[in-house]
Ligand binder design. Sequence first.
Ligand code: HEC
Length: 109
Amino acid sequence: MFLLILLALPAFGVDGFEVYKKYCSSCHTLHPPPLKAPPMSMVSYRVKLFYPKEEDFVRFVKEYIVNPSQEKGVCMPMTYRVFGVMPPVGRAMTEEEREAVARWLYRNF
Ligand code: HEC
């Protein structure tokens, strides 16, 4: 059983929560109150209104964090006025890290 778990681990790859802590938590808190950006729970809720299916949501988030812009963003207009547009933090991340954090964002809120 233990061996099975060990063998299965690489299949899960990068842990989305670890990626969040490393790359997103300096701006996005998990829940309100906000710090320098809307909290992750609210981002997840909002993006799901526009991209309810997991695959569409993941594709949007992965692309947004590499090339953010207000034109394609789905936050309320006030969000960009208060916080500005987020920087392209995804460019410094690996494909696995972007995938993991996007799925974590979908599944954990
Ligand atoms: C330097 C601060 C900062 C960091 C770091 C940051 N964000 Fe953001 N993020 C923002 C701000 C500000 C907004 C609101 C404006 C916007 O949407 O661009 C935002 C909005 C978002 C949105 C909503 C996009 C939209 O407009 O529809 C998503 C999704 C998101 N962030 C994901 C992430 C993820 C995932 C990470 C970590 C990999 C991350 N952010 C790291 C500042 C940041």
